[in-house]
Design a protein around this ligand. Sequence first.
Ligand code: KG4
Ligand code: ZN
Length: 351
Amino acid sequence: MAQYRNNMKILGYESSCDETGVAVVCTEQGLLAHGLHSQIAMHQAYGGVVPELASRDHIRRVLPLTEQVLHEAGLGLDDIDAIAYTAGPGLNGALLVGASFANSLAWARGIPTLPVHHLEGHLLSPLLADPAPEFPFVALLVSGGHTQIMQVEGVGQYRLLGETLDDAAGEAFDKSAKLLGLSYPGGPALAALAEKGNPDRIQLPRPMLHSGDFDFSFSGLKTAVLTALRKLEKEQGQATDQDRADLAAATQAAIVDVLAIKSLRALKKSGLKRLVVAGGVGANLLLRQHLLAETQRMGVQVYFPPVSLCTDNGAMIAFAAAQRIKYGIQELQSAASFKVRPRWDLEDVAV
Ligand code: KG4
Ligand code: ZN
């Protein structure tokens, strides 16, 4: 099986949830081209991701996106040395579309494949930014399904410091947004509404703030939002637009506070001087502003991926694969067989 050599071109696929992402990354030159199709509009009518619809849409999009990305990179299939794909965690059917497409294409071309952990893609995506962080760093990984604080010593060297015991931060945004009558995905919608609100009018809990560890619990927040909403409705007959905006601002402030305080504590305890934020919630402006101000005071450098690469995309998958190949962490595989892992801990891919 072919192994690492200079200027390998990796074609990467992301299809773990509701975004079809395709990208080409060169092991030396970095990102050459990437394309994305978001299914948000399709799932909006249902208030959340419908797995079967997601799988079918990935099938429709994957080939045209591949052609588009290769065209943009000025490359043909002959130039591709290996094909990477998200093997998990995620929706089983959606993962299978990307994995079977990637393996079929690789098999037809006689080139190897590389299964990639979706969260490792998120975790390394800030390295696509300019300037890129150097190792080691503390990473705050905040996506729709995961909330973790990791100590990252290098590619493949990940130590979990803490994680959510129940809902993820993105889930807390999404569920609270739904209660406030906002459409899916709730995070950006809640953040937009919060801009018109007063975060100090309604007090919401900051769960596990004083637990002395780096774990989180966000499942109580949606109940607190619902209770506050019911109280307003009881007192006034109905909640006004301003009430909803104030509640959105209070929700965002509560989530951002807990994420920021625990990340800063992890920095202090580890003694590391770099913080990296990755995952969809990393697009949140308040979180960015808050962390930027606090880390500046501590003399710590904070890094965010470009906003367009915070949410799911193919670039992070192709890039993570390129790094794993380059540093000899993972061997390229034959496309003759593959499996996907809807549930999969990030620490399983650590060395
Ligand atoms: O990383 P991601 O694209 O998908 C997963 O791997 O889960 O994260 C999606 C999550 C959703 O919960 C979405 O509401 C949240 O990221 N999100 C945001 C913002 N943009 C996306 N949450 C808060 N503020 C945002 N601007
Ligand atoms: Zn993701």
